[in-house]
Design a protein around this ligand. Sequence first.
Ligand SMILES: [Zn+2]
Ligand SMILES: [Zn+2]
Ligand SMILES: [Zn+2]
Length: 230
Amino acid sequence: MPVDRSRCASCGQSLTNGYYVLVDRPDRFCPQCIATRPRCDTCGAPLGNRFWQLHDGRRQCDACHAVAIYDPAQALQIFQQTAAMLVEGMGLQLNIGVAFRLVDAPTMSQLRGPLPRGQHTLGLYRRQQHIRVIYVLHGLPKLMFRITAAHEYAHAWQSEHCPLLQNEFLREGHAEWVAYHHLLQLGSRKAAARMLDDHHPYRQPLRYLLNLEAQLGTAGVNAYLMRVED
Ligand SMILES: [Zn+2]
Ligand SMILES: [Zn+2]
Ligand SMILES: [Zn+2]
């Protein structure tokens, strides 16, 4: 559906008193809706009169719902495709492998511990003795699912190949760098570029890893991480 940029995407009123935009979305919203409407739990957009309530209480806007991954079998298939692309394109082979689970928000909070209101853990990698699992939040829009799956896959790789690496900056930087390259593999150049925007929490470690890559190349970055003992 084309976006009518002269009207608020939530209430449909014409935008006579200025408007707001959100990162990653073409829609415009009136000041009233920004101030008063409940927000989509996924993208933060003010909800319209029609929205989607997930079984765990989260609410999603139409735009997020339209491309969300709800089906565990579909999620597993996309995860496996992401993993195969990261092996092929970035040399991130797993020897032991990792299980995959699509979980709802309460299950994720139990695994991770609660976050401040309005924030959700999108993905998580856990290793408990011989059990290695990647958890991704149910109902994420497809591209967000891909970014999350690639990021957590990188942590699974780190756990196998760099078990001594404690440095949080390098671990998160490497995971974001892998997600960034996965977006490029998928042809999503704009989404990749947005990971370097100012509002992005991991932009500094990501930039650091991109600098490393410029000096060492892709395989060189992975090899470097395997040498760091910090
Ligand atoms: Zn409005
Ligand atoms: Zn949304
Ligand atoms: Zn991470």
